[in-house]
Ligand binder design. Structure first.
Ligand code: GLC
Length: 427
């Protein structure tokens, strides 16, 4: 009997939840990232709901970009009304727009006289527009940075962070050797080498700072002497200089790198802007001991940084588009962007935040962030980027795993890229 009642109750509950429609002012926002970042989003969303009388609901996504993309694609392909809003990695927008998953924002922008001049023209024009329409707006811009231990550099007689890769290697080899006498887990340089999108950002930085490139005359390029040299350098960091952990290619992503540096186990770290606030938080063993700088470059070339970042888009299938647009205005407002910078250390998507004199005084590193942003390089902006990236991830990671030489990896990769390009350009 009890079992029967339980089954009936479960059935009623199922009916109630499956028929549930969103109330007028309710909408979902799907956001992922490091756990602390998502916690801060919850606070922002609570503020928004209090101010607006709308009911935005945060749906927590995974930490890493590849899984976030997968979970969004499943809902969008099924034309689900959820999510209404989501953050998109800068490299997805072309594909999402081409697939007709995104609501064009032009009519809301025009209706509300909303100014897009507050954003960086080069970003809006190259990634947020597709065939003349605006499909997304920048929430924050990511850039790859070099984090370094000021205290350790000083202890070993270095007055400034390294400017060239050679300096980085020399300093890391020396300091790692000494520091390992008391901490066997200490590494000279940690960066993202696992087989995922983050590896491509690192690869892009290594190749462009060696004078290489991924785009040449509108074609995607991998097999050039400068690119091979850069990949060999990445390989050398693990096997020749031995200043990067041997498991770099198996599991090391942003959070692994952040934790290792934050626990005092690394001299140099390549990471995005979000790591700063966490390193400087109470409880961090490197609080007050760190600096940030542009990533090093090969002698004779310049520093570069991969342009990352997250942009907000609205689903074509949302049934509460006006409320969703209201939330977009909220998160791209000066006030919210300022809060994101102060609390999670994100590089604002709006230009006016970088020029605000009060903020510049309060956060001196804003000047460095702006300079690095000006030297940032984009990944190819194409609708089939995910397929190209997947091929790159495989070959670059296989080389780091010592399964293929740098020259052969890039030769084979070029063949794959040509194949993928031919398939997609035909359509
Ligand atoms: C960061 C960047 C994003 C990049 C990702 C790679 O989240 O903002 O653009 O694709 O890292 O892991």
């Amino acid at each position: 009997m009890a079992k029967k009642i339980f089954i009936q109750l479960a059935f009623i509950l199922f009916l109630l939840t499956s028929c549930q429609t969103k109330s007028d002012k309710e909408f979902t926002v799907w956001i992922g990232g490091a756990p602390q970042e998502i916690d801060f989003w919850q606070k922002l969303i609570d503020d928004y709901n209090r101010q607006s009388g709308n009911n935005a609901i945060l749906v927590r996504q995974p930490t890493y970009t590849d899984q976030r993309r997968q979970s969004l694609i499943i809902s969008l392909e099924a034309k689900q009304p959820n999510p209404d809003l989501f953050l998109m990695d800068v490299v997805w927008i072309d594909q999402f727009a081409k697939s007709n998953w995104l609501e064009p924002l032009n009519k809301y922008i025009e209706r509300d006289n909303y100014s897009t001049d507050n954003f960086f023209g080069r970003v809006i024009n190259s990634v947020d527009k597709f065939e003349g329409n605006i499909y997304a707006l920048p929430v924050f811009m990511d850039i790859g940075l070099l984090y370094y231990r000021k205290d350790l550099l000083k202890k070993y007689g270095f007055s400034a962070p390294p400017q060239t890769w050679k300096q980085l290697v020399d300093e890391a080899v020396l300091i790692q050797k000494k520091e390992r006498e008391r901490n066997k887990n200490f590494n000279g340089f940690v960066w993202q080498g696992a087989q995922y999108e983050g590896l491509i950002c690192n690869f892009l930085e290594f190749i462009t700072s060696h004078g290489g490139s991924v785009m040449n005359n509108g074609k995607i390029w991998s097999n050039t002497p400068a690119n091979v040299e850069a990949l060999k350098f990445m390989h050398d960091l693990l096997y020749k200089y031995k200043i990067s952990p041997p498991n770099t290619f198996t599991e090391i992503k942003e959070e692994e790198v952040r934790r290792s540096f934050q626990n005092g186990n690394a001299l140099f770290e390549r990471n995005w802007t979000y790591a700063w606030n966490q390193h400087q938080s109470s409880g961090s063993s490197v609080k007050g001991k760190i600096g940030i700088a542009q990533l090093p470059h090969k002698e004779g070339f310049g520093s570069t940084s991969a342009l990352g970042g997250w942009h907000v888009g609205m689903s074509e299938y949302s049934d509460v588009k006006n409320e969703a647009w209201d939330f977009i205005k909220f998160i791209t407002s000066f006030k919210t962007q300022e809060k994101l910078l102060l609390n999670v250390g994100w590089n604002p998507g709006r230009k006016d935040v970088y020029h605000d004199s009060v903020l510049l005084n309060q956060i001196p590193r804003l000047k460095i962030l702006y300079e690095v942003f000006n030297h940032s390089v984009s990944r190819p902006v194409i609708p089939y980027y995910a397929q190209v990236s997947e091929a790159m991830q495989r070959y670059v990671n296989n080389c780091l795993a010592n399964k293929i030489s740098p020259a052969d990896a890039l030769k084979e990769l070029q063949k794959q890229i040509n194949k993928v390009t031919a398939i997609y350009e035909e359509h």
